[in-house]
Design a binder for this molecule. Sequence first.
Ligand SMILES: Cc1ncc(COP(=O)(O)O)c(C=O)c1O
Length: 363
Amino acid sequence: MKLFIPGPININENTKKSIQKDMISHRSEEFRELYKECKIGLQEIFQTKNPVLISTSSGSGLMEGAIRNFVREKVLICVIGAFGKKWASIAKACGKEVDILEITPGKAIQKEDLIKVVSGKEYDAICITQNETSTGVANHLAELASIVRESEALLLVDAVSSMAGANIKVDEIGIDVCITSSQKCFALPPGLAFASVSEKALEKAKNIEGRGYYFDFLELAKNWENNETPYTPNISLLFALQEKVREIQKETIEKRFERHLSLAKRAQEWAVENGFELFAEENYMSNTVTCIKNTKKVDMKKVKEKMMPKGYFIDAGYRKLNEKLISEGKDSTFRIPHMGELTIEELGEYLEELKQTIMEVEK
Ligand SMILES: Cc1ncc(COP(=O)(O)O)c(C=O)c1O
């Protein structure tokens, strides 16, 4: 079955083979070599000199860790969809004082929105979703980061569905903590999460109590220096990550970003050619997932059922977003994900199949 959902996505043969390797001790030289190669590869992809910590969890684990480690009292969460809301829920569950800057779904945050909210306030951190998977909107981080940098707040970024697919220059932009998961643009199985962390953030964490144990970034960073983890990591997935960074180096990150951009353009064109509209506002469309307004009111649940015997498991839209849109009398949405190792030919085949199936359902 080919997965056309925005994560987890298909994994390739190389990944399948690498996770079957014999187990090794996580306190061995062999492990330290493995970890070292992974961490250097990740720094290249994140375009940072900062440590990129590796956690055996999904991205949500590090999102919670980031809140616990870098927010003493007050945090601003910028919400442009479901995953911003999720970060706000995490911060509230950690007992933090949470302010929310919420933007209409389909739109991105503008500099002016952020300026209005932050002026006169002192936040420990400001959290921004780079790529909102539920709406297919990508925020312009560099512009927003320049506002955050005018304050003392740390900039925490959720790049779960875009890192390794979109060009996110962590150091150039000045992101303190940038988080991603293995099951999206890395095209690995779920179960690993990565977070780059700046010196400023690590310094701040030293004076924050209640950082927790499993996601104590100081402990993770100390072990990172020695190419180790504080506890037993998922070694099989690290073997897969090692192969993945080699694959990405072979493709080159520049070509990988270009490929994702071409995939996004193709998906956007397909939507318009087939009489739909795009949900994300112009100039803020995601490189990794295209969200489409179902202006033709096609029964996407039926399309999903009919695509199954053709070998495709597809996305019929983000449930909560669709419920909200429908309750407001608006068109629902569905998404075309295009991330990982997907080629333009494979996307083309999928889009053709989707078109035919939509026609069958419309009859
Ligand atoms: C933008 C975004 N943030 C956070 C998450 C949560 O990540 P995970 O499922 O790896 O915990 C997701 C998952 O889909 C996501 O798309």
